[in-house]
Design a protein around this ligand. Sequence first.
Ligand SMILES: [Zn+2]
Length: 311
Amino acid sequence: MYYYGIDIGGTTIKCGLIKSGGQIITKDEITTRKEDNGKYILEDITKYIRKNNKNLGIKDEEIEAIGLGVPGSVLDNGVVNKCINLGWGVFNVVEEFENLLHIKTRVGNDANMAALGEYWLGSAKEFSSMVFITVGTGVGGGIIIDGKPVNGFNGAACEIGHLPIVTEDMGECNCGKKDCLEIVASATGIVRVAKKMLAEKGNNSTLKRIENLTAKDVFDEAKKGDLLSIMIVDYVTDYLGRGLAIAAGMIDPEVFVIGGGVSKAGDYFIDKIRESYKKYVFHPSKYTNIMQAKLLNDAGMYGCAYLAGCR
Ligand SMILES: [Zn+2]
């Protein structure tokens, strides 16, 4: 049996045709056309699937189901509650997509789908409950319990990036609040912290010589021993560890998996989060596994296929 896992992002849509068992048959990226409030996006996916099936000689009936991942809140009935990055308002994606292609469809939040991918075939493969944190442009997350993503009543479960925990004045979050974890712990947040600390006490830092500073630069310099960079990493991971400790206090998962672009900083990053987590968490959860994600960019695609029923 075949499934499509379609991970819809703000710039590209990752499309995977996946066979039962998890084997990828084809993997492509198409551009996300956001004009006219993103009204061409579902049509473009439909066209892609028709063309891909034709190229491979696969009939529509051989596609068991399709899973879509979208960057926004999703309710259990398939209604998306505004995907700002796509220009979408509130509507039932499942209904609309099934009307176009007439194949059973499921929809989930993109971070939840990445979590599900890691749960199925990645770092959390051996575990039954997990909390996934993605540290990239923003900070997102997904909760999986017994193979099911937890959406929450408002579709906002595990929005760990918007936990109100930052006490210093570090500017405003995209959501309008001023205390969100994401303000300091996303890739852009890390650069924000770096610039602030550089201005205050960065005279001897090697970061000073770098133009167009990125989060990766901060980690690279910290690994080389630059004291200010280490301070920045410590500050950021202290907050991330605190965020995980809060999640543990509510969910107490078997494993935390850290993904997203910043997670490429590897063990250095994960070890620091672990250190901070231990400091803040309630003692029974102290030794919960914290692991780096494995599937990276493909996690969402796999998760979407899993949501559609692929096993
Ligand atoms: Zn926020």
